[in-house]
Ligand binder design. Sequence first.
Ligand SMILES: Nc1ncnc2c1ncn2[C@@H]1O[C@H](COP(=O)(O)OP(=O)(O)OP(=O)(O)O)[C@@H](O)[C@H]1O
Ligand SMILES: [Mg+2]
Length: 493
Amino acid sequence: MQLSGTNPTPDGEADWLSAYRFGMRVTEQGRVVAIGDGIVWIKGLPSAAMDEMLQFEDGSRALVFHLEEALLGAILLQQSASLSAGALASRSGERLGIGVGDALLGRVIDPLGTPLDGGGAPECDGRRELDVLSPPILARNFVDQPLYTGNKIVDTIIPVGKGQRQLIIGDNGVGKSSLALDTVINQKGKNVYCVYVAVGQKRSSVINALEVLRESGALAHTTLVVAEATAMPGLKYLAPFAGCAVAEGWMWQGRDTLVVYDDLTTHARTYRELSLLLRRPPGREAYPGDIFYLHARLLERSTRLASVHGGGSMTALPLVETEQGEIAAYIPTNLVSITDGQVYLDQNLFAAGCLPAIDVTRSVSRIGGKAQHPRIKEEAGRMKLDYLQFLELEVFTRFGSQLEASMEAKIRRGRLLREIFKQERLAPLPIEFQLAWMVAYNEGLFDTLALDTIAPRLGNLARCVAQGSLSLGDSREAWRQAVTGWLQERGTP
Ligand SMILES: Nc1ncnc2c1ncn2[C@@H]1O[C@H](COP(=O)(O)OP(=O)(O)OP(=O)(O)O)[C@@H](O)[C@H]1O
Ligand SMILES: [Mg+2]
């Protein structure tokens, strides 16, 4: 508590004295009790609230994360080397926010909005709080427009709609990030702004992602929010919320956005680390009890807004890592139940060279089908049925038993399909091509081909589709005739 009055002016001392009024200004001042591992314990700020920013005398900043009767725990966001026990702390009365707007496109920032790419501070249009409530139900619309990933299997069998939350799940190193980056690249020229959130990744991985986006011309519509592996745990914890806030800024302006959270396993581990350091009681797998709430709160903010609110959307692609393909572990099951479907990447398929290693039997999209174009849906339905039958029948071939001719034919067609599904990374494909190969497959136009001639044929078909002028709205007969002609075209064997 301190006494204060108005300041004297040099030339009017008498005026100042006559105008002087005593008043009381009450400020709270806390002191750091202990500090370490990205956590700071403070005494003496009785009115501090959860999620409030605190400032220290040396310029360090922290976020209130844990309240006890006479003690509060905060996570450090900026720490100077001189911060130590005994330092003074004061409240800011503000919650944490981040600048949002088009100035962030093509930039790499940390979760506080500080540029990491060596450029100047972005001139943002406004600020958004990192942690806000998700849009109410009445402000939301149905997911009924497709968001194309450019992936052959996802766009046909596990479709994603604008505003959907689709989990990408799989073991370490099976191509999760590649699939997410492909989707970001595929949004080029489609008027979808993207945010790629890298949580706790090595610097080399972040640079790799940045280079991939830059080389493919996708950086112009993308913002990277990065908290590296060496960043303070507080920043890693905040990164997904910061990315979400940036996308939300565009969504409320009526834009379509896509956010990739790479990955939420690391995020959950960071939250567990912070919670244990703050002595919160551990629950299953030592995660705090509110870990489900944390991720649900984040992912619930992805939605498609009703047209009265501008009709913007935020599609979320959270990534989660499994161990030994175990999707029943705590964090994966939580996320599977929060999201609207999952793309499951399988270690065995990866090892067998079936890339992308998407396991069709364990992947699902619960709402994306409603957003799919009817023509794609019709062709994909037939093709998927063939593939599922093939997977069942293939088991018999392991015993080397003699099969009926009709079964042999089905197995052959299934193997063709498996070959067709193969796709290089960083090579997203347009939806018209997906329709073309499905029509060709369903019409049996590939049936006589040897497996090793499939890839060049598809390459040729993709070129013909790009040069042709057919669109999804054209009749099936038009597509059938065109595809038949294209596949007979010489050029590649
Ligand atoms: N479709 C593909 N074709 C060829 N190679 C691929 C394909 N998808 C992924 N890869 C390769 O697989 C490796 C792992 O991919 P990626 O880094 O995307 O996996 P991840 O699941 O994100 O790994 P981590 O768990 O380490 O983050 C990379 O070397 C990548 O080049
Ligand atoms: Mg990865």
